[in-house]
Design a protein around this ligand. Structure first.
Ligand code: FEO
Length: 389
């Protein structure tokens, strides 16, 4: 995919095709890219460093783009190490460089670079402050909790480019799934920023006052034209926890296949009853983070799980916990449980949902004991009617 922005703004980021998990928890089938940009003007600004996993490549890209010139500023939009881990390296190489960052980021510097004396290089900026490079003028806006408290985004008033930090990022190397930005951008959004819908909305409000032709995020492709419009449309839905697609997502856990068969039977009933879309995932085998993504994508959620050690099957405990910490809300949820002698799974799931905001649990619980039987189907029919209501 095209990495051209304009003659003055050069892409100097890197693809990390070796990494298999982001933050040590999110599966990556196609690696990850860490974006970084160089603005060449009378004064030169680097827009963020990258993860030191690709440090040598980044320094080579920087050298080539600088073509013998010396950078004046390193704008630090986000202190998470996938973007900031080469700050000390940059200062070592360019001792006069100014580190442009929020006051909150400044407080974090010593946490990540103990022993490095970077204080003299720091230039803190406030909300709305500008920095003239020559032809280009940069304006900084705070974006706290998108995804950390110190985050700023940067608007190039001259090129109408918004450098959006983690916002509008996605999993994958730069060229991953070029025709389907939304799939991995959605999984990234809900798992990385899902908790912070209000803060993302605050950033969207600031962005709406700007004339933006290009978004340069710190992960994923540069967004322009129709792709940019679609990304803004989806972020408006996602940050409000609104339903993107009418449909039902069934997430199940199964130990010996029986609860899986119940989930499949319910999926078939839902289709027969006219559900616009039924998506289903076995959390014991498939990516749980994609399950989180689908839970937010669709309007209705069914959870089906066995009882285990007198409680809820651990992988489902973990999934509901992740829904909670990602601020899952504004949805209807149906519960299916299995238990051969003392089913407890639905009771525990209901208790776990008790303090969720605006989640309605369907009154009927489908309880199966062991294998699916014809006598279980009436409860599944009722549950399907309630979830589709
Ligand atoms: Fe891409 Fe929050 O770091």
């Amino acid at each position: 995919m095209d990495k051209t922005i304009n003659n003055d703004i050069i892409y100097i980021g890197c693809d990390d095709s070796e990494i298999t998990q982001f933050e040590g928890q999110y599966m990556l089938e196609e690696g990850m890219c860490y974006n970084s940009y160089l603005i060449l003007d009378d004064k030169i600004a680097i827009m963020d460093t990258i993860d030191d996993r690709c440090g040598a490549q980044w320094l080579a890209n920087l050298d080539q783009a600088l073509n013998g010139r010396t950078p004046d500023y390193l704008v630090v939009q986000h202190m998470e190490p996938d973007h900031s881990s080469l700050i000390a390296e940059a200062v070592k190489k360019y001792p006069g460089i100014q580190l442009v960052m929020s006051a909150a980021a400044n407080k974090m510097l010593a946490l990540y670079f103990p022993g490095a004396d970077l204080a003299a290089n720091v230039k803190t900026v406030k909300e709305g402050e500008t920095l003239a490079l020559g032809k280009h003028t940069l304006q900084f806006f705070t974006a706290p909790m998108v995804h950390w408290p110190e985050v700023i985004v940067t608007y190039d008033q001259t090129s109408k480019v918004l450098f959006s930090a983690d916002g509008f990022g996605k999993f994958g190397v730069y060229d991953a799934e070029p025709d389907d930005w939304a799939c991995e951008a959605r999984r990234y959004y809900f798992n990385i920023c899902g908790k912070y819908g209000a803060q993302v909305q605050a950033l969207l409000k600031k962005a709406s006052a700007l004339s933006i032709e290009t978004i340069c995020p710190l992960h994923g492709p540069i967004l322009k034209g129709e792709m940019l419009a679609e990304a803004l449309r989806l972020y408006t839905i996602w940050s409000a926890y609104d339903v993107e697609s009418e449909g039902v997502f069934i997430a199940y856990c199964t130990m010996h296949g029986n609860t899986g068969k119940v989930a499949e039977a319910l999926a078939e009933i839902l289709r027969q009853k006219g559900a616009p879309k039924v998506a289903i995932s076995n959390l014991c085998e498939e990516d749980w983070a994609e399950g989180i993504e689908d839970a937010f994508k669709y309007g209705k959620l069914v959870l089906a799980a066995p009882t285990y050690d007198g409680g809820l099957f651990p992988k489902m405990v973990d999934f509901v916990h992740h829904l909670k910490i990602k601020n899952y809300q504004k949805r209807r949820v149906a519960l299916v449980e299995n238990g051969s002698w003392a089913p407890q799974a639905a009771r525990i799931m209901r208790e776990m949902f008790a303090d969720f905001k605006d989640v309605e649990i369907c009154p009927t619980v489908a309880t199966v004991r062991g294998a699916l039987k014809d006598t279980d189907r009436a409860a599944l029919e009722t549950l399907a009617d309630e979830i589709l209501k």
